[in-house]
Structure formats: C-alpha cells, structure tokens
Design a protein around this ligand. Structure first.
Ligand code: AMP
Ligand code: FE
Ligand code: FE
Ligand code: ZN
Length: 297
C-alpha cells in the first residue's frame, strides 16, 4: 500500500516535497478550450507531478498529451469522463488508466459519441423550432475534437449573439429540463465500472455533490457502486469548500474508497477555474493517484 501523504500534505503547496496532481481535466478533444499539449504544459508550469486528461466520451486527446508529457517532468494518466445512469440517477464517472487503443470501454466510447451526434442534431432542431437559427455547421466550427456536445452548441449560440456566454446558454436553453434539452443514451454506472475494469482501469465518481440521489442517500449510492467495483469518489473538487472536501475524503475512507480530486478545468470554457488550483485553493495530494494505481485490476 502507498504511504499516506496526509502529514506532509498539511503544509503549504510551495514546499518542494509536496506533490500535487489534477485528476480531472478537459481539452479541446471534448469541451475544453486548450489543446491537450497546452494542458500538459500548463500543468508542468505549476509543478504538478501528474495529471489525468479526462475528456468526455473520448480518448482522442491522449496521444498528443502523452507525447507532450514524454520529455517533461510530469506523468500523464489516460482517462475519460462518462455520463452514466444508476436507477434513474445521473452520475458523472471518471475512468483512469484507459489506454487509447481498442478495448471494452474504448470501443463503447465510439457508440456513445454516435449517440451524441444524434442528440446534437435534435437539440439544433429544437433550437430552430424555438426561433434560434443555429446550424450543425455552426456548432462544428466550435469543436476541435470528436466528442461534441452542448458546450459547443452553446458556443454557436454565443457567436450568433443569442446569449452572452456558455452559462447563459445552459441556464436559458440547454440545461437539464431546459426548453432545448434532449436526453441521450447513457451507460449504467455498473456497466461503466465493469467496462473500465475489463479495460484495465479504475473509476471514481466525479463531483459527487451534483448527484441528486432521489429517495436514496449519496452514501448508499457510493456503497452500491463500491460493491460493483467503484474505486473512488472525487472529494477534492474545485467547486467544493475545503471543509466539504475534507468531509468527502472522510466518507471515502470510511467506505474503503479512494478520495480522488481534480479541478475540472475546461480552459476558458469555465472561466476562473485553473488547472491544479481550481479557484485558487485546490490541492490534490499525489497519494490519491498512488491509491488509485494500486487498485488497478
Ligand atoms: P453534454 O456532455 O453535451 O451533455 O454537456 C455537458 C457539459 O456541459 C458538462 O460536462 C459541462 O462541461 C458543460 N456545462 C454544463 N453546465 C454548464 C454551464 N452552466 N456552463 C458551462 N458549461 C457547462
Ligand atoms: Fe465538460
Ligand atoms: Fe462532469
Ligand atoms: Zn469534467
């Protein structure tokens, strides 16, 4: 087992013996705005020891990120973020150590991206019905990668002058339950966890406090998924107050799960959220990565 870094981690992040990581990052392979190599270089510039690139439903940014990391003092963990369903409850799931090559989870990503394309067209149709003259061509102009979604549709609406920014597009039109919202196919959480394990990877629940567990409790949901192979929950999340991060890390420890963490930086797609530090106060201990590593199947 890796040693816990909690003691050396309690002092300032400027101390040279403190290693911190960021296990939740997006590039322009999905809905981030920086190319994968730029994400890597920004992480090196603030001395992170490792990062995971976790674009939505795609590993297409991994080769560029790996190549950029090769001659730099940083480890690149290949990852992906999935939108999954657990008995009607929506969850975002991070999968780590998923190499960009054929495999059980990897092959499924292609199907998920095809589902995105169908959904994107339906959203554009709905926007047209609502009087917004946006086209799929407009949307594609805002996408550099192969995982295209609502943020790119939002960007097209911003370009057309319909809304001021991505946030307004989600708030007024594209957000869950909004007038232009369209559902899409999701893997079940259990299936996603199983496919990740079959692909040699591990999973962690992203930003767990965005989950609405309905009649269940978050704790029981974590337990259900732990029992089918979940490795961690994202305790050290940029949008959570330090005391909440600590509480979530305690829940993780209590349940035998790894407390993982990351910024969820999307470049300028989520203004004010920086790689590694989030809103300025995020520190994710490298022990999170080491604890995940020992859970690899
Ligand atoms: P999709 O994957 O197409 O369903 O779009 C969901 C993605 O949109 C999330 O992963 C976020 O990155 C992004 N997103 C959701 N809400 C907002 C918001 N209010 N402002 C900017 N981006 C958002
Ligand atoms: Fe996103
Ligand atoms: Fe997410
Ligand atoms: Zn994310």
């Amino acid at each position: 087992m890796p040693c816990s870094s909690s003691s050396r981690f309690s002092s300032s992040r400027t101390s040279p013996d403190i290693l911190s990581v960021d296990l939740h990052l997006h590039s322009n392979a999905s809905d981030g705005t920086d190319p994968p190599a730029v994400v890597v270089r920004k992480a090196v510039a603030i001395s992170l020891s490792a990062i995971a690139l976790t674009d939505h439903d795609t590993l297409s940014g991994i080769p560029e990120a790996s190549a950029a990391a090769r001659d730099l003092p940083i480890e690149l963990i290949p990852g992906v973020e999935l939108s999954v369903d657990h008995g009607g409850v929506k969850i975002h799931m991070l999968a780590y150590f998923i190499d960009p090559e054929p495999g059980p989870l990897q092959d499924r990503l292609e199907i998920l991206r095809a589902g995105r394309d169908i959904r994107n067209r339906r959203i554009v149709d709905r926007l047209n019905d609502l009087g917004y003259p946006v086209t799929m061509e407009d949307v594609l102009r805002h996408a550099a990668g192969d995982a295209i979604g609502r943020p790119h549709i939002a960007d097209a609406l911003v370009s057309g002058g319909a809304v001021a920014d991505r946030s307004e597009a989600f708030r007024e039109l594209l957000g869950d339950g909004g007038p232009a919202y369209v559902e899409r196919d999701r893997l079940t959480a259990t299936k996603a966890i199983g496919l990740a394990i079959e692909s040699g990877g591990v999973t962690s629940i992203a930003h767990p406090l965005t989950i609405d567990p309905g009649d269940a409790t978050l704790r029981s949901l974590f337990e259900d998924l732990r029992d089918v192979g979940l490795a961690g929950i994202e305790a050290y999340y940029s949008e959570y107050a330090p005391a909440i991060r600590t509480q979530l890390a305690e829940v993780a420890a209590d349940l035998g799960l790894v407390a993982t963490g990351g910024s969820d930086c999307h470049g300028s797609g989520k203004p004010g959220l920086e790689i590694g530090t989030g809103h300025g106060d995020l520190v994710v201990p490298d022990s999170a990565l080491e604890e995940l590593r020992v859970r690899k199947p």
